[in-house]
Unconditional design. Structure first.
Length: 202
């Protein structure tokens, strides 16, 4: 059972949410009343996002797990150069998340992929989510991945923030992370540009 919020069905069953501390996953974790948030420390230079995720969950009484993940290429993310694509990231995260979901009594894993992600990130497409669910079923795992925001633009996600009681400043999207002077978002990496454009439209 569930209710509809902004055209998205909000479930009431226990869901494990992949929570980076960014805008999309903050909206996602807030959609589920009984959510468990799972963040990964995979060597990303912007580990500051984990701090934002922790504070966000503490303020709302959400169970928050932080799990180390030895993911090759995690440190390749760069605000100024290189590709934001980390090979196998979502696949590894979902596979590991499945075991945590089962341990915590959740039968769904929510991933915050969006409409604008699909062109650049192959593991943010519906075909990827369906393929993962096929693997989970073949492995006899009582869990499946869902992507409630997959047809939402970033601007639409910003619009959902008000109804969910989210201040966008609570979240962190910037790839530069703590290396930025003053601890502020760089404003020019891909994540910052997409985020700022969406907030401006709102």
């Amino acid at each position: 059972m569930g209710r509809v919020l902004g055209g998205v069905v909000v479930m009431t069953d226990r869901v494990l949410v992949l929570f980076s501390g960014g805008l999309d996953s903050a909206v996602l974790v807030s959609m589920f009343p009984n959510a468990i948030a799972l963040s990964f420390d995979y060597g990303q230079p912007h580990r500051i996002e984990i701090n934002h995720a922790r504070r966000f969950c503490q303020a709302r009484g959400i169970i928050h797990l932080v799990v180390p993940l030895a993911l090759a290429g995690g440190g390749l993310l760069d605000a100024d150069a290189g590709s934001p694509v980390v090979p196998g990231r979502n696949l590894a995260m979902l596979a590991l998340a499945a075991s945590y979901a089962i341990e915590h009594g959740a039968d769904q894993i929510a991933i915050g992929v969006t409409l604008e992600d699909r062109d650049l990130f192959a593991d943010c497409r519906s075909s990827f989510v369906h393929a993962f669910n096929g693997c989970a079923a073949a492995s006899a795992l009582p869990v499946r991945a869902i992507a409630p925001l997959i047809d939402k633009t970033k601007a639409q996600i910003v619009e959902l923030c008000g109804g969910l009681g989210i201040d966008t400043e609570e979240t962190w999207s910037c790839y530069a992370g703590a290396v930025t002077p003053g601890g502020l978002p760089c404003g020019h990496c891909l994540a910052c540009r997409v985020r700022n454009e969406a907030i401006a439209k709102g």
